[in-house]
Design a protein around this ligand. Structure first.
Ligand SMILES: [Zn+2]
Length: 425
């Protein structure tokens, strides 16, 4: 539910910039609160004779951000013992205050102020009052520091980075700390899985790991911001199965099925003993297959739900690209240009020309056989990367991440196999 609170924290330019960065805050506007005159202007308030405080109207989604947490963050951005002065700004218009429109918020805020008092010897002088009136300030004051990045601000810049992180669930295990993770009930885990292999001359060996990981993190962020679903993206597994002729190339690593199965089984059993029952494998390497593993795991862990997806095949590549191929092509190159342009060495790219099978039955899909990579391509690429652009990569990966976010949201609350199916035929 959307709720409102009005927070006076000294100069409202910096205060709004800080508060709007907190995840769960859905709208902010700056204005003047609890004064004596009608329709005050900034100039009038500046005289310090109107009784108004510079104030930020904060709207927040209380399913994602609780008032106690919001107020604790608010207190971090002020000196609550300083009367009518914050930073260099002095006057009653710069007083601090919590103004509520719902009387039920008063005891909640009172408790937070009592809690904060224990950290200070001097008495807190933050007002806690019902909101009597609020007038929106002139337009140039709204989002002031977005419009004027070098504009005056009484708050230290570190505080803005802190606010951005404060109410976000840690969702990428490559960066998460135990301090952030402990005490959080995660709904679902995502395991990116790639390979270690040459990708034409221009993409990193770990391309399949990097892209599956980055798509997964984007999806996890969307699922959190839209639906409050807590996802943990595990570090990517770089153990891929390789074709003959690819495996012989320098530092290409082939992992047999038994190795991959053992690794996945150990991951699932670790998650199992931690209580995690939902896993999405996001695969980035065409040589990997997981269905057999997942069927075996379903037998061993019947109350664990494991879904598998090849991220590059979720949406029709031809809707996003001019001439997609198979490997280190326009698709992977575009996605890499989007997420990590610094890792792409376009000047080293080959054309990605490929020889088709001679037997028609292998060409038309009557039967399958692993391709001898060295006989199919001379630069390990299959598909020309030259038409790749970051924008194509952004569109494709974002749409895939949207699909995954929906899936994660739907899987997040599945507790039994029955819940996976529609009731009607
Ligand atoms: Zn690849």
């Amino acid at each position: 539910m959307t709720r409102d609170i009005y927070l006076a924290a000294g100069c409202f330019w910096g205060a709004e910039h800080y508060l709007k960065k907190i995840a769960g805050v859905t709208m902010t506007e700056v204005g003047f609160a609890n004064g004596r005159t009608e329709n005050p202007t900034y100039k009038e308030v500046y005289t310090d004779t109107t009784g108004y405080a510079e104030c930020v109207h904060v709207q927040y989604d209380d399913t994602r951000l609780g008032l106690p947490f919001l107020l604790r963050l608010y207190l971090r951005a002020i000196d609550p013992t300083s009367l009518n002065r914050q930073g260099e700004d002095e006057g009653t218009r710069y007083r601090t205050g919590i103004y509520y429109t719902d009387a039920a918020d008063e005891p909640v805020a009172r408790a937070i102020l009592d809690e904060a008092q224990k950290d200070y010897d001097a008495p807190l002088c933050v007002e806690l009052l019902p909101l009597h009136n609020f007038y929106r300030a002139e337009e140039y004051h709204q989002d002031y520091l977005d419009k004027n990045p070098d504009g005056y601000c009484h708050l230290p810049h570190e505080l803005f980075a802190f606010a951005e992180r404060a109410n976000r669930t840690a969702l990428d295990l490559s960066q998460a700390t135990y301090g952030e993770v402990k005490g959080t009930a995660y709904d679902v885990a995502v395991l990116p899985w790639g390979a270690t292999e040459p990708h034409n001359g221009h993409l990193p060996y770990l391309t399949d790991c990097i892209l599956s990981h980055d798509v997964a993190v984007e999806a996890a962020q969307l699922a959190w911001e839209r639906a409050g679903v807590r996802t943990m993206v595990l570090p990517p597994v770089g153990l891929g199965a390789q074709n003959p002729g690819q495996r012989e190339l320098p530092f290409c690593l082939h992992f047999r099925q038994q190795t991959q199965q053992a690794v996945l089984t150990d991951i699932v059993s670790s998650l199992y003993c931690q209580g995690m029952r939902r896993l999405l494998i996001v695969n980035g390497h065409g040589g990997n297959t997981f269905k057999g593993f997942v069927r075996d795991l379903a037998a061993d862990y019947p109350d664990t739900f494991i879904a598998v997806s090849n991220w590059y095949a979720v949406l029709p590549a031809k809707d996003y690209l001019d001439n997609p191929g198979d490997h280190a092509d326009e698709l992977e190159t575009s996605a890499m240009l989007h997420y990590h342009p610094e890792l792409v060495r376009m000047e080293l790219a080959g054309e990605g020309k490929a020889h088709a099978f001679h037997p028609s039955g292998l060409r038309d899909g009557t039967a399958w056989m692993p391709r001898h990579w060295n006989l199919v391509t001379s630069d390990t690429g299959i598909g020309n990367p030259r038409a790749a652009t970051a924008e194509k990569g952004r569109r494709l990966t974002h749409d895939v991440a949207e699909r995954y976010a929906t899936l994660l949201t739907e899987l997040a609350h599945v507790n039994s196999a029955e819940e996976l199916y529609e009731k009607d035929y």
